[in-house]
Design a protein around this ligand. Structure first.
Ligand SMILES: Nc1ncnc2c1ncn2[C@@H]1O[C@H](COP(=O)(O)OP(=O)(O)O)[C@@H](O)[C@H]1O
Ligand SMILES: [Mg+2]
Length: 389
């Protein structure tokens, strides 16, 4: 492992090496949000053309891509056009139908695979995958019917979280419960859709590992990131995470094992809870992740560079953390404050990234700021000052 906590692992070479795609090739991306935008920035910088497929008429990625196909993710004509225009396709949106990826895969290389995306977009499949691969996670039960809650509750330890199995994000579609009754109420309020009931984890902190695994099976991890949430939405990240070497070593090892067990190709993010020296897997995202945005300014290669490299069948790059970093998400909440003033962001002291979204809304991710420097406390002061405006 590097002194900054990044690591290279070559534990498995099951992945199939591919003929590399070089600059001039065209890369497709499903999804048109900020992750697609930053992918497009990285890809175009390296000389690739980018085609975005996104049902919205305009958006963060469409604005910077070479071309935008405005179709639904399951629209046969849109997918055919994408396949005919591109040399490889990736996704920035984890809820893209796996069958759309399967269709595209018949024509062009697709990474991540439909199988990996299918696991990541369903909390039951995801947690079952962890258990089947002897990877640590908190106790959970599947809830299909409201009557399932009674027995499931009996196996919990007094406090639990009920989450919809699919389509939850930024803390939406989940509730902390202290009784079976509360869980039943939540289940009904979610519309009686399939849920997972899982033990509440009294964690010390939350961390994530973002990694890239290439088509040769080599894994390159970014350093462990420490994540703080506000109202279920990621607020700040501190890198490297302020954890012991034991915890950071465990987090990286679990992440590599997981990526290899999935035979993953592409960029994968893994969210974990840390309690003492123990780590429990929370969830995974089959794409670059908000907690990896600091890599745009603080590491030798960004998570989006890695997405381009792995999609193109090229080796994932070795990662070096140049300096510690703190990332602050800019939500619509900040921009909507009457007291907010752009001049309170001193761009000579930090790196500002905005996603070009026209309308600021509460809870909407509008951009982020990376503070980079040797002294994390000083970086956190910069964040606190901005949050007080
Ligand atoms: N079992 C749990 N115990 C304690 N906190 C939890 C648990 N599950 C989720 N949380 C909190 O809620 C946040 C969002 O949950 P998560 O499962 O990551 O869903 P998503 O990010 O898709 O909304 C987590 O980052 C964590 O802060
Ligand atoms: Mg999460």
């Amino acid at each position: 492992m590097g002194s900054d906590g990044s690591a290279t692992s070559d534990v498995n070479t099951k992945a199939v090496a591919r003929t590399p795609l070089h600059p001039g090739a065209t890369l497709g991306v499903l999804g048109g949000g900020q992750l697609g935008r930053m992918f497009a920035h990285a890809a175009t910088q390296m000389g690739y053309r980018v085609v975005v497929l996104d049902p919205a008429e305009s958006g963060p990625a469409a604005e910077v891509a070479s071309e935008h196909l405005c179709y639904g993710y399951d629209d046969a004509e849109g997918l055919k056009r994408l396949a005919s225009m591109c040399d490889a396709v990736t996704t920035e949106f984890e809820n893209v139908p796996a069958d759309s990826l399967r269709f595209l895969q018949q024509h062009v290389p697709v990474s991540p695979t439909p199988e990996a995306v299918e696991i990541a977009q369903n909390r039951i499949r995801e947690k079952t995958f962890f258990v089947n691969n002897q990877l640590p996670t908190n106790h959970f039960e599947r809830i299909v019917d409201i009557a399932d809650i009674e027995n499931a509750w009996a196996s919990m330890s007094g406090k639990a979280v009920i989450k919809t199995t699919q389509l939850g994000y930024d803390g939406k579609g989940q509730r902390v419960c202290s009784s079976a009754d509360e869980a039943r109420q939540a289940f009904e309020s979610f519309g009686n859709v399939e849920c997972v009931l899982e033990d509440f984890v009294a964690f010390d902190l939350e961390v994530s590992v973002v990694l890239a695994r290439d088509s040769n099976g080599t894994v390159q991890t970014f350093p462990v990131v420490e994540n703080s949430h506000q109202n279920g939405i990621l607020d700040t990240c501190v890198v490297p995470a302020r954890v012991s070497d034991v915890v950071s070593g465990k987090a990286l090892a679990i992440a590599c094992e997981l990526a290899t067990a999935l035979d993953y190709v592409g960029v994968l993010a893994i969210e974990m809870f840390v309690a003492g020296d123990n780590i429990l897997l929370n969830e995974i995202a089959p794409r670059p992740h908000n907690s990896g945005h600091y890599t745009l300014d603080a590491t030798s290669y960004s998570q989006f560079d890695q997405q381009v490299l792995t999609l193109c069948g090229l080796p994932a790059a070795t990662v070096e953390l140049y300096q510690p970093a703190v990332m602050l998400n800019i939500l619509g909440d900040l921009l909507l404050k009457e007291s907010f003033d752009w001049s309170s962001i001193d761009s000579s002291q930090c790196h500002l990234h905005m996603y070009g979204k026209a309308e600021a809304r509460v809870g909407r991710k509008m951009g982020h700021i990376n503070f980079v420097g040797e002294d994390v406390d000083q970086l956190l002061e910069g964040v606190a000052t901005l949050q007080m405006t």
